[in-house]
Design a protein around this ligand. Structure first.
Ligand code: HEM
Ligand SMILES: *[C@@H]1O[C@H](CO)[C@@H](O)[C@H](O)[C@H]1NC(C)=O
Length: 356
């Protein structure tokens, strides 16, 4: 009796002590920074390397690479096939396979950079992708400071094809795919906040760098507003793959963004984000944390978020671009009218291409 009681007492104290010990191990790094865990120090060195890269090129492709992690299908796994590992770094480790999948076509350069930085610092490819996305997002004014957890495994399996959503897919196909990966319709819209800091290269190569909103360097709600404007022109001399009419010269509109903005399953969330920068930030942060943990056990990872730089503030107001009026908005949320927004002064702007 006495012995059994002692054993259970010891077991209980072990159970309490070990997670507590795992949780907080504040440490000072060689550079003088304080972190929650000594394992985080290496990421300051990775950040230095990455910033050198980011000075040369836009941070956007580093963020775009997160999307390849949507190659995660519990449904396929349940059917007895390998359904993809999620946020496992497989786009880097198995670049020979995954870069041949059409939606990943333009990622060769970014995958090569991430690979060499990860190898130089002996961090996993999977962690590298999450870190580069968080650091890339932090380069844009108005962005949330994303969570960054470290400690994902070093090895992965190549993902199967046809799991990453494409710009020519129907809304139903995209939402089904996202639901399989664990994302609701609202969370799908939340992730598309990324297209507020984005441009296309491969859909219409003749106008490479044409952005998806008028402010591709700012994480603001203009993307959600401008995608709802009536399409009136082709920004290039030819029409690209999955390209639909755009509201502004120089701006690119992809078919899937156009359709998700107007679909009854997603249009109210879209409209909600259109004039709520604070909600756009928090919702994107939450959805990105979920994407970064896909296929991983969060409790096995270490929180190194304090390494991510603080993004600059953006206090510009959601506006209709110059030359547009409220009637140009194709309000699609049946429940609520589109909010009244100020109109930017001056004529309709021509949006310059982003230089990568
Ligand atoms: C419905 C799902 C999505 C579709 C169909 C889609 C499609 C695309 C396409 C076709 C491009 C242009 C690529 C090029 O031509 O270079 C693009 C760009 C981009 N996407 Fe998405 N995307 C989706 C979701 C996401 C998600 C979840 C993220 C990140 C979390 C993301 C981040 C980006 C970024 C940052 C760019 C700009 C890349 C650059 O400027 O180089 N997208 N997206
Ligand atoms: C790289 O990191 C892994 C995992 O932390 C470790 O097992 C390995 O010994 C390290 N390799 C070198 C060369 O430091």
């Amino acid at each position: 009796m006495r012995f059994a009681a002692l054993v259970s007492l010891v077991a209980a104290s072990v159970a309490i002590a070990s997670p507590a010990a795992h949780l907080k191990k504040r440490a000072s790094c060689p550079g003088g920074q304080t972190v929650d865990d000594a394992q985080c120090c290496i990421w300051f060195d990775v950040l230095d390397d990455l910033q050198t890269n980011l000075e040369r090129r836009s941070p956007k492709p580093f963020v775009f690479n997160s999307m390849t992690q949507l190659a995660f299908s519990p449904a396929l796994t349940a059917s007895g096939q390998f359904g993809g590992g999620g946020s496992d770094g497989s786009i880097i480790e198995h670049a020979d396979v995954e870069l041949t999948f059409p939606p990943n076509g333009n990622l060769g350069g970014i995958v090569a950079s991430e690979r060499s930085i990860a190898l130089a610092h002996n961090v996993s490819f999977a962690d590298m992708i999450q870190f580069a996305a968080a650091a890339g997002v932090a380069n844009c004014a108005g962005a949330p400071r994303l969570e960054f957890l470290a400690g994902r495994p070093f090895t992965s399996q190549a993902s199967p094809p046809n799991l990453v959503p494409g710009p020519g897919n129907t809304v139903t196909r995209i939402l089904d795919r996202m639901a399989d990966a664990g994302f609701s319709a609202d969370e799908t819209v939340d992730l598309l906040a990324s297209h507020s800091i984005a441009a296309q290269q491969g859909l219409n190569a003749g106008i490479a760098g044409s952005p998806f909103d008028s402010t591709p360097d700012r994480f603001d709600t203009q993307f959600f507003i401008e995608t709802l404007l009536k399409g009136v022109l082709n920004p290039g001399p030819t029409t690209g793959f999955a390209e639909v009419l755009s509201p502004l010269p120089g701006e690119f509109r992809m078919q899937s963004d156009f359709a998700i903005a107007r679909d009854p399953r997603t249009s109210c969330r879209w409209q909600e984000l259109a004039d709520n920068p604070q909600l756009m930030r928090t919702a994107f942060r939450t959805a990105m944390a979920k994407l970064a943990a896909l296929g991983n056990d969060r409790s096995s990872l270490v929180d190194c978020s304090s390494v991510i730089p603080n993004p600059a503030d953006d206090d510009t107001e959601p506006t209709l671009p110059g030359g547009k009026v409220a009637d140009d908005i194709e309000g699609s949320c049946a429940a609520t009218p589109f909010p009244v927004l100020p109109i930017a002064p001056g004529p309709t702007p021509t949006i310059p291409a982003v230089v990568i």
